[in-house]
Design a binder for this molecule. Structure first.
Ligand code: NAD
Length: 456
């Protein structure tokens, strides 16, 4: 490992990754990798998570291609120094901000979108001119080994390396001195990452998770119920069967509308996944037995089991958990205190939908808040009175693909952001450059101090 890292540091020091040409060449090769290996990617993601090729294209392949193409076309603008206004006091002077690469960066990623969560940050690291080590998640082994075996055939091996392994390898990597660490994963591991980074004062971006609420304001959106129900089901069970950091974790609705909402969701579930969702190829599988066990334990809690109003079937052998809806599980049960990260949707009823603000604020800051409402007053209150990585009205998940917006968390859901230009920024230091001339000299700035200089 030491030899490999020294090679990467050397590549950075000798300026190998700095030119626009090098960055563009890597991005073009990354696109080529995706295109050449599309079938292998489909196979690996099916093996790891049982994802359908359409879902893979939408959530992984398409996302990476879009990011790489966007970076390719914007890179010349992103790397250009930005001229800045310099106050008269400095006259004559020129000021600019120059984005410079950090150096050697470490990217540790998660398993639920094993391709895009690894390659999307890498696109930022390459665009910004860094050398990089990518450590994909061991929980998606087929994708991890595909990346390790084939990515080096496309990218500059003297500047970018893929290291496979689990927590032990990750811990070894964290012992090293990095110029930036970009971590996607759980808040508990993020604490380890941050404390290791602190030893070298290494800056970190932490893309974490949490419990993302959705507010359903029936009174203002009932005329769009069919669309809203599709977007809720699509956002809860669509991407990776609920194993998504920005998937809806729980849903808040007024008590009197809960049963109508549940019936609408059931109708959409049937339409999307058929009478028996176990036979559907349109829903991903749970990543491994450990996670099936984790979600089963949440559901089998005697306080929770009686709250199941739809689904509940678990097939451990096939790593399948039926899309499941719970009505009013106790809020001190694990299912309401821990991130579910699976195909289970608790619905919590309130007397008034406005109470959802207090409910959300009583919990750690989520990565995303969703609100189905046309009530402008409620919208304003949600925006100004809650804190989260993002707020999306009347849809779910789509903020992830809107590259003009930053994607990232706040508080327990992380800090820093990426996507589009924000990915470039995440891997760049904005260097301030001030150029003065010898033309004018203000003597009062120098000692010896006297009353005249004090007045000046
Ligand atoms: P995790 O924290 O267990 O693992 C993430 C990465 O850290 C993996 O590569 C793993 O090998 C490594 N790791 C595990 N233990 C480690 C240790 N002790 N020291 C150093 N590295 C270690 O998370 P996960 O199970 O892969 O993902 C689930 C979590 O990630 C959820 O909380 C989810 O919300 C979050 N997530 C966030 C995003 C986002 O973009 N914000 C995306 C996906 C997942």
């Amino acid at each position: 490992m030491d030899t490999h890292l020294e090679e990467l540091r050397q590549s950075f020091r000798n300026g190998r990754t700095r030119s626009l040409e090098w960055r563009k060449k890597q991005l073009i090769s990354l696109i080529q990798f995706i295109q050449d290996k599309e079938n292998a990617i489909f196979e690996a993601l099916f093996q790891d998570l049982g994802k359908h090729p359409v879902e893979i294209y939408r959530d992984e392949v398409g996302i990476v291609l879009k990011s790489a193409n966007n970076a390719l076309s914007c890179l010349h603008k992103w790397i250009a120094p930005k001229k800045k206004y310099v106050p008269l006091l400095f006259f004559p002077a020129k000021g600019e901000v120059l984005p410079e690469p950090y150096g050697l960066v470490l990217i540790i990623s998660s398993w639920n979108f094993p391709l895009s969560l690894a390659l999307d940050p890498l696109i930022g690291a390459i665009s910004a001119g860094n050398t990089a080590v990518l450590k994909p998640s061991e929980y998606a082994p087929a994708c991890s080994s595909l990346l390790a075996a084939t990515l080096p055939l496309y990218l500059d091996d003297k500047a970018i390396k893929v290291v496979e392994g689990g927590a032990d390898i990750s811990e070894q990597l964290l012992q090293q001195k990095w110029d930036k660490i970009f971590f996607t994963g759980s808040p508990s591991v993020a604490k380890i990452v941050m404390s290791e980074a602190a030893k070298h004062l290494t800056p970190v971006t932490l893309e974490l998770g949490g419990k993302c609420p959705a507010i359903f304001d029936y009174s203002s959106v009932h005329s769009n119920m069919k669309v809203a129900a599709k977007r809720i089901v699509g956002g809860k069970w669509g991407p990776c069967s609920g194993q998504a950091c920005i998937g809806i974790d729980y849903l808040l609705v007024e008590d009197k509308f809960a049963s109508e909402l549940i019936e609408s969701l059931k109708r959409v579930l049937k339409k999307f996944y058929g009478e028996n969702s176990r036979n559907s190829t349109s829903i991903a599988r749970i990543v491994n037995e450990k996670h099936v066990e984790r979600i089963s334990n949440m559901l089998n809690d005697p306080k929770v089991a009686g709250c199941i109003v739809h689904g509940g079937l678990i097939d451990k052998q096939k790593r399948f958990i039926e899309p499941t809806i719970l009505l009013n599980p106790p809020i001190d049960a694990n299912i309401m205190t821990e991130e579910i990260f699976g195909p289970v949707l608790p619905i919590i009823t309130l007397d008034k939908i406005e109470e959802s603000i207090e409910f959300i604020n009583a919990r750690p800051k989520p990565l995303a808040i969703y609100a189905f409402t046309e009530d402008e007053t409620l919208k304003k209150r949600i925006i100004s009175e809650t804190s989260s990585g993002s707020v999306t009205f009347n849809d779910t998940m789509v903020q992830f693909v809107c590259d003009s917006l930053p994607f990232g968390g706040v508080g327990q859901s992380g800090f820093g952001s990426y996507h589009g230009k924000y990915s470039f920024d995440a891997f760049s230091h904005d260097k301030a450059v001030l150029q003065r001339s010898f033309f004018i000299e203000l003597e009062p700035r120098y000692p010896p101090w006297n009353d005249f200089k004090l007045k000046f």
